[in-house]
Design a protein around this ligand. Structure first.
Ligand SMILES: Nc1ncnc2c1ncn2[C@@H]1O[C@H](COP(=O)(O)OP(=O)(O)OP(=O)(O)O)[C@@H](O)[C@H]1O
Length: 250
């Protein structure tokens, strides 16, 4: 069953195209990871899926009554504002103690209810955001670079929690990640975005595509390549065209 179907989605910011002709769908229960360089439209894509941005053309079709949980890339909370985790979970909609406790436990943050938001570590803060996203019992959980700023063990633990959540709730997960080991190990499908869908498929398929190799190469050098990737071409999404990207040389 398709939870979300994007058809020829095009989005402009300030008159400039940020996403052009994007097609894909998300099936129930799958983990889809979006990769792509900075400014390639990943957050824009996620925001269009949750309905926070209107398409310039094309369509975002959601399954009827779809419940979506969203963990944003950034959330600034005034550090001088006294706000406990429990109260934060009741913004903007009040939730019962039972619902708050359950969501915090599912997010691996069961002991944090009475802590101040301003006193949380980066990893704890992300788990609280995850708990908030779980309050609606989502069929689709969307995470926008949810482990930004966490160290590697913190990040690995967070993604393990996501996998536990998926097993427990059976929800689909759509996430943006720059962490290659996560992309390759934890995704059913990878979408490589750069204003358009460059390449898409199962991790193994994408890994053997020239686009992916141009992006990632191997090892840490590959991670650097992600940020140096340049796309000066247009093509279908079949990964078979001649490619002109610059592989990271050093
Ligand atoms: N509200 C906005 N108004 C104008 N331009 C915007 C707006 N939001 C995003 N953009 C522009 O759209 C492009 C894509 O931004 P987006 O945040 O979707 O990219 P991204 O792939 O998520 O980047 P990053 O990896 O840095 O988070 C960028 O050039 C950005 O400057």
């Amino acid at each position: 069953m398709s939870l979300v179907t994007l058809t020829n989605l095009t989005i402009h910011h300030g008159g400039n195209p940020v996403l052009t002709g994007v097609n894909f769908n998300i099936q129930a229960g799958e983990i889809v990871t979006v990769v792509g360089p900075n400014g390639s439209g990943k957050s824009t894509l996620l925001r269009a899926i949750i309905g926070a941005l209107q398409p310039s053309s094309g369509q975002v079709a959601r399954a009827s009554g779809l419940r979506v949980g969203y963990v944003p890339q950034k959330l600034h909370i005034d550090p001088t504002l006294p706000l406990t985790v429990r109260r934060f979970l009741s913004l903007p909609l009040r939730v019962t103690n039972a619902a708050a406790t359950q969501a915090l436990e599912q997010a691996g943050a069961g002991r944090l209810a009475n802590q101040q938001m301003a006193g949380l570590s980066g990893g704890q803060f992300q788990r609280v955001l995850l708990a908030r996203a779980l309050l609606c019992d989502p069929q689709l959980l969307i995470l926008d670079e949810a482990t930004q700023g966490l160290d590697q063990p913190g990040s690995a633990a967070f993604y393990q929690q996501i996998e536990t959540v998926r097993q427990h709730l059976g929800c689909a997960v759509l996430m943006v990640s720059h962490e290659l080991h996560v992309v390759m190990a934890a995704s059913d499908r990878v979408i490589c975005l750069n204003g358009h869908v460059c390449c898409e498929g199962e991790p193994e398929q994408v890994a053997s595509a020239p686009e992916y190799r141009a992006l990632f190469g191997s090892g840490t050098q590959g991670a650097l390549a992600l940020y140096r990737h340049e796309h000066n071409h247009s093509h279908d999404q079949d990964c078979t065209h001649e490619h002109h990207d610059h592989e990271a040389a050093q």
